[in-house]
Design a binder for this molecule. Structure first.
Ligand SMILES: NC(=O)c1ccc[n+]([C@@H]2O[C@H](COP(=O)([O-])OP(=O)(O)OC[C@H]3O[C@@H](n4cnc5c(N)ncnc54)[C@H](O)[C@@H]3O)[C@@H](O)[C@H]2O)c1
Length: 259
């Protein structure tokens, strides 16, 4: 998107905290938010990627702060949320996009791999939501979490990944109900396959013995993976006032793959 294509200003004056902003869906989301006037607090493990995202966001004149974050560390989550409120003056939306994929034979999956995925995909999302909540209560803000179609259809060799994303979906529905009366919305985006570094180079430990037909249902709309921007546009809508009546929802952006 170029600066000339900017047509909406839904985030003018809004402060947004993102995880996973260094690449893929998180990067595309940050750039869209910047194009709509948001002030951004961008976090990720990958500092080089973060700097690249920040550079693109600044082309829209956005205020951008970046911070290295391992989302599985409570100390780091607390520090970045506190710093975000200090630097931006509050938080209007939290977008939990960081995540990791594991492609592995079920019977070879180790408990170390289990802890790694759970700590980032589930615990990381939980800690960011919990730590940001007082600030969202103050602003009447909202949360968008990132699930996956693999939470809803069995994906061979992605058993653990799908399980963590199912937990993110369930957590989101619970938060949505618990905080609805306090004016907080919480929703999930459910992408199908998206062209990002996650799907370009999955960690395939033993690819020759994998049956790839068990890994993807494809989608009837294009037959191709989505672009990150096709997912970002839905995340940004959910976080904006256009999503004001959407709460506890799981919005599929999968070209009809789960239909
Ligand atoms: N690509 C797909 O097909 C697809 C489909 C459904 C859901 N998703 C989900 O979308 C989200 C974004 O993934 P993507 O496809 O853009 O992949 P990506 O690999 O491009 O982005 C993931 C980001 O998370 C960051 N990250 C990883 N571990 C981290 C940690 N411990 N702390 C902080 N940041 C960390 C990475 O550095 C990276 O920038 C993920 O939650 C993923 O599970 C992706």
């Amino acid at each position: 998107m170029s600066t000339k294509e900017r047509t909406l200003n839904r985030f003018e004056g809004k402060k947004v905290y993102l995880t996973g902003a260094a690449s893929g869906i998180g990067q595309a989301t940050a750039i869209r938010l910047a194009s709509e006037g948001a002030s951004l607090y961008l976090t990720d493990l990958n500092e080089e990627g973060l700097a690249g995202t920040a550079e693109q966001c600044k082309k829209y004149g956005a205020k951008v702060v970046t911070a290295k974050l391992d989302v599985s560390s409570q100390t780091q989550v607390k520090a970045t949320i506190a710093d975000c409120t200090k630097q931006l003056g509050g938080i209007d939306a939290v977008l939990n996009i960081a995540g990791v994929l594991l492609i592995e034979h079920f019977e070879k999956t180790t408990l170390e791999q289990f802890d790694f995925l759970v700590n980032i995909n589930i615990k990381g999302t939980f800690m960011v939501c919990q730590e940001a909540m007082p600030h969202l209560l103050a602003s009447g803000g909202n949360i968008v979490n990132c699930s996956s179609s693999s939470a809803y259809c069995g994906v061979g060799y992605g058993v653990l990944y799908g399980a963590t994303k199912g937990a993110v979906s369930a957590m989101t529905r619970g938060i949505a109900v618990e905080f609805a009366k306090k004016g907080i919305r919480c929703n999930t985006i459910i992408p199908g396959e998206v062209s990002t570094s996650m799907t370009a180079q999955p960690a395939m430990p033993d690819p020759e013995s994998l049956d790839f037909s068990l890994m993807s249902r494809g989608n009837p709309l294009t037959g191709q993976a989505a672009t990150p921007d096709q997912i970002a546009s839905v995340i940004v809508m959910l976080a904006s006032e256009d999503g004001a009546y959407i709460n506890g929802a799981e919005i599929r952006a999968d070209g009809g793959g789960l239909s």
